[in-house]
Design a protein around this ligand. Structure first.
Ligand SMILES: Cc1ncc(COP(=O)(O)O)c(C=O)c1O
Length: 397
């Protein structure tokens, strides 16, 4: 852990780190730069497996569609949650077996379904009647998880707003699927991203148990899979519960569930803490009595997570600057747009041109939706602590 940089907005107790190799890597590659630590991904995967030993994680590729991340997780034995043709192509290129993947987008173009089937992926998700009529054309090839919505206005990202049927719609949809000759082999849900209250999973699991038992009694569907989605939390500027404690109630709820194959779709938990962004102060201006520090990374780049993911990243600055008094300041990004402001009013000591600014927790929903606005290319990622992956042992569908 580097002693030259110190976080300025992370609460005590957060497990924030800074890679030792940071200055050496900046000398070699310049900035802006992202440093991706393969060891952290392996540790997170291992921690999740230990916390939920009966649940097979399917890495949600959308969080960070970066080949080394997929390769590392594949080597660890992970399966994958893919949700677009682009993600399919990526998995295919990397030699990941389609049989270890589920296609989780509840609303798909027919081309998308055909591409997934041609690749060999058979497990899909649906949540509405119209999608069933589309999928009926492939009834001999597809297996379906029914996604149920559990709205959570307190989640950082409420993933039951746009997708998921209501609890009341579940049995009629299974009935319709059966009438169309479709095989609904499980239930799925996503209680929202960066969840801090595990009770959200517990109540979703209990509701799914009722639906599951009713469906079995009515012989509506040969249910065998319960997919508990993603949402597992990580530290940003505030500490969250350790994953083992967080999952204690989930483990207990799954023990009371009927015999089933349990799977999950973690994105953030596996990759968020594995990546740091390094940017440089490239310009300084005084505007209305406040210093503005312009960085070579911004909201159109990796800080896009502030907009799309509502993230607040822990920021570190050179420790030696912290000897000076702080004043309200602005950290701005490199594009010509005024929205491109990372923090307005942040208390900072005087920074100098060339100072490095480090942001932690940048692995998930950051680089993934960074743009090339102003023709500024997406930031380069360097991988540290990589090793050759082992042959995969993931679940097959
Ligand atoms: C269907 C689905 N599965 C999994 C995930 C990953 O969620 P998280 O990153 O919170 O683990 C998402 C996130 O958008 C999602 O939409």
């Amino acid at each position: 852990m580097s002693v030259h940089y110190q976080y300025i907005n992370a609460e005590q107790g957060t497990k924030t780190t800074i890679p030792d190799s940071l200055e050496r890597l900046v000398k070699r590659h310049g900035t802006p730069l992202l440093i991706f630590d393969a060891d952290v991904v392996r540790q997170q995967y291992c921690a999740l497996i230990n916390a939920l030993p009966e649940v097979t994680p399917h890495y949600a590729v959308k969080a960070l569609p970066f080949s080394p991340a997929l390769k590392i997780l594949h080597g660890e034995g992970a399966s994958f949650d893919i949700a677009s043709s682009g993600e399919i192509s990526m998995a295919e290129r990397l030699g990941i077996s389609a049989k270890q993947c589920i296609h989780t987008h509840p609303v798909k173009k027919t081309e998308e379904v055909e591409k997934a089937l041609a690749w060999g992926c058979r497990q899909f998700v649906f949540d509405n009647s119209h999608e069933l009529t589309k999928l009926a054309h492939y009834k001999n090839s597809v297996k379906l998880l029914l996604r149920i919505s559990f709205p959570n206005p307190y989640a950082r990202v409420n993933l039951s707003y746009k997708f998921g049927c209501t609890v009341e719609e579940a049995l009629p949809l299974m009935e319709q699927a059966k009438a169309l000759g479709l095989n609904v082999n499980g239930l799925s849900f996503h209680v929202g991203s960066q969840i801090t209250d595990p009770e959200r999973y517990v109540s979703a699991i209990k509701t799914c148990k009722k639906i599951w038992e009713q469906a079995k009694t009515l012989k509506l569907a040969p249910l065998e899979i319960l997919d508990i989605g993603g949402g597992f939390p990580v530290d940003y500027t505030a500490p969250v519960a350790g994953i083992n404690d967080f999952c204690a109630q989930i483990r207990a709820a799954l023990h009371s569930f009927p015999q089933a194959q349990f799977i999950s779709e973690p994105g953030r938990f596996l990759v968020a803490s594995a990546m740091h962004s390094i940017s440089t102060v490239v310009g300084i201006a005084q505007r209305e009595g406040r210093p503005w520090y312009y960085l070579d990374e911004g909201l159109y780049g990796c800080f896009s997570g502030q907009l799309f993911d509502k993230a607040e990243y822990p920021l570190a600055i050179p420790a030696k600057r912290l000897l000076q008094p702080k004043e309200p300041s602005v950290l701005a990004g490199p594009t010509c747009d005024s929205i491109d402001i990372i923090r307005d009013g942040i208390e900072l000591p005087q920074l100098r041109e060339g100072d490095l600014i480090i942001a932690g927790g940048m692995g998930a929903y950051s680089w993934a939706h960074a743009t090339e606005f102003n023709h500024i290319p997406r930031t380069q990622i360097v991988v540290i602590n990589d090793i050759e992956p082992l042959p995969s042992t993931g679940t097959e569908y």
